[in-house]
Design a protein. Structure first.
Length: 541
């Protein structure tokens, strides 16, 4: 989001909380770099390297800062960044200059090589532009132009000369009878009657013309390659991209397009190799962050396709440091999820699961419930398909009175094996203890369907039914039990059943259950459920 101050504050807080958390230093360095505080950024990266000397991301951060510091040692380097075009376009005088491709080409050359300013100093428009870029007031900017014109006049320039010959690269031809004009002053300072002076048209040098020609040829070949790529004719696309690179070997965009072809051809290592070269060339020639980010994202996609998820995540993170793109972030999240799943699968081992289960059983017999839970949990991670592991861990949770976890493990066990009788016994006991009598009755009955002769299930059911009868006989149902029961969706549905409500109203007014209800098994089952839940009391029940 380019909110570097906030990013820096969070990174420093991160380091304060955990000075060993390497990413904190990486984030701090990136924030400072974004604020153009390259020395401080380098120091942050180096602090991180003191924690993890092998961290590639921190090393690359140091390299980027050193490159930026080399560039910033020239004061002119800070002037000719992308923002200069914004400033020039906002000024009515310099805005007109931007319509001249040759002048724009000079600015672009200064953007990549600020030291070349001396080559263009003879162009009065460049002086005016410099004043605008520096943010000088219009009167000061005009004074710069006047001083330049006066200096040229004092040096004998424009006196019968037919060329501006300050620089061999700038041999712009001028009429012999007309002196080279200084940059036009601001429109508001120019008298109404004074005719507007014509701008001298600067010409490109032969080398610049050749460079533009080569770039245009590269662009034409790239477009041809793109057309074949869209048709999935990858071999032809590669031919044109390779030809384009002979014209413009430093183009990051062409290289990443070339890498995309190899990705589609499933030559993932080749795709990664080309993207890495693109990043190297892009760093060297100060390519836009967006292009570097795209190269890293392509690397991430290639690693992801190879199921090298750790490498893919690292590449996506690097891409996001360059340019925060939602699609890249989504791909990183998918890679993280895939890595988690792959790690879990790689961790599976039925043999080791059995070993941990036996250790858990030993701890259980010794009454070491917490240690037993640890072993059963590790056994589950090694083989989560074994229902007995969840049943055994549920028994430990019961001993520690961690009822909800105990219930959860019973449910998981029964999902894996609906005929696992011990899980019904343990689940019923927990529900009985929690006074969820209506649920305990259902659980015991479900278990008896599977094993009708199981004595523990029979005993559990009898105990629960006896507890219900005792409460009804005493007329003292725990109000908290009724409140908890009302949270049960099944109980809520019964309470909303109009037939059941009508039956209960009749019974309440007449003192007896209507005969029609007594003959309807479904109605009586619902009424009994309310009795078991403690919602309803019936005398003699």
């Amino acid at each position: 989001m380019k909110q570097y101050g906030e990013a820096l504050s969070d990174a420093e807080k991160c380091i304060e909380l955990n000075s060993a958390f390497v990413k904190g230093y990486s984030r701090k360095g990136a924030a400072l770099y974004g604020m153009s505080q390259f020395r401080q950024a380098k120091a942050a990266y180096e602090q991180g390297l003191a924690v993890d000397a092998s961290n590639a991301q921190l090393k690359e951060g140091v390299t980027q800062c050193e490159q930026a510091l080399r560039g910033s040692s020239n004061p002119m380097a800070q002037l000719f960044g992308p923002q200069m075009f914004v400033k020039l376009a906002a000024n009515p005088v310099t805005k007109a200059y931007l319509e001249d491709p040759s002048f724009v080409a000079k600015l672009q050359q200064l953007g990549s090589n600020p030291n070349a300013f001396g080559q263009f100093a003879s162009d009065p428009r460049m002086q005016t532009a410099l004043g605008v870029i520096l943010g000088l007031p219009s009167d000061i900017s005009s004074k710069v132009d006047e001083d330049l014109a006066k200096q040229k006049a004092d040096n004998g320039e424009n006196k019968g000369n037919t060329h501006i010959a300050d620089d061999e690269d700038d041999d712009e031809e001028m009429p012999a009878s007309k002196p080279a004009p200084a940059s036009p002053p601001k429109p508001q300072s120019q008298p109404q009657s004074q005719p507007k002076k014509e701008e001298p048209k600067s010409e490109l040098t032969e080398a610049q013309k050749e460079e533009q020609k080569m770039k245009q040829m590269a662009e034409d070949e790239k477009k041809k390659g793109n057309a074949f790529y869209l048709k999935r004719n990858f071999d032809e696309a590669l031919k044109h991209y390779e030809q384009a690179l002979t014209y413009d070997p430093n183009s990051v965009a062409i290289k990443t397009n070339q890498a995309a072809v190899y990705y589609e051809k499933k030559e993932f290592d080749k795709c990664i190799e080309i993207c890495q070269k693109a990043i190297e060339v892009g760093r060297e020639h100060q390519a836009p962050y967006e292009q570097i980010a795209k190269a890293y994202a392509r690397i991430g996609n290639a690693y992801n396709a190879q199921q090298k998820y750790a490498e893919a995540i690292d590449a996506y993170e690097r891409s996001l440091l360059e340019d925060n793109v939602d699609k890249t972030r989504d791909m990183m999240k998918k890679a993280q999820a895939a890595k988690k799943k792959a790690d879990e699968l790689a961790y599976l081992s039925p043999e080791q699961a059995l070993e941990h289960k036996e250790k858990g059983n030993a701890f259980f017999r010794e009454g070491k419930w917490v240690d037993a839970i640890g072993e059963y949990s590790e056994a589950i991670r090694r083989d989560p398909s074994q229902p007995a592991l969840y049943s055994n861990r549920s028994a430990c949770y019961q001993k520690l009175m961690d009822w909800q976890r105990g219930l959860d493990d019973c449910d998981t066990c029964l999902k894996l094996d609906p005929k696992f009788v011990k899980a019904y016994i343990r689940k019923g006991k927990i529900q009985h203890f929690l006074k969820q009598y209506h649920k305990a009755v259902d659980t015991y009955k479900e278990g008896l369907v599977i094993d009708s002769n199981n004595e523990e299930l029979k005993e559990g059911l009898r105990n629960t039914q006896y507890a219900i009868a005792q409460e009804n006989a005493a007329g003292q149902v725990d109000p908290r039990r009724a409140q908890e029961a009302m949270k049960d969706p099944e109980i809520q549905a019964i309470m909303k059943d109009p037939t059941v409500m009508n039956v209960l109203r009749e019974a309440n007014s007449g003192g007896m259950m209507p005969e029609s209800a007594l003959k309807d098994p479904s109605i009586m089952a619902k009424i009994n459920k309310l009795v078991q839940a403690g919602i309803l009391q019936i005398g003699g029940q």
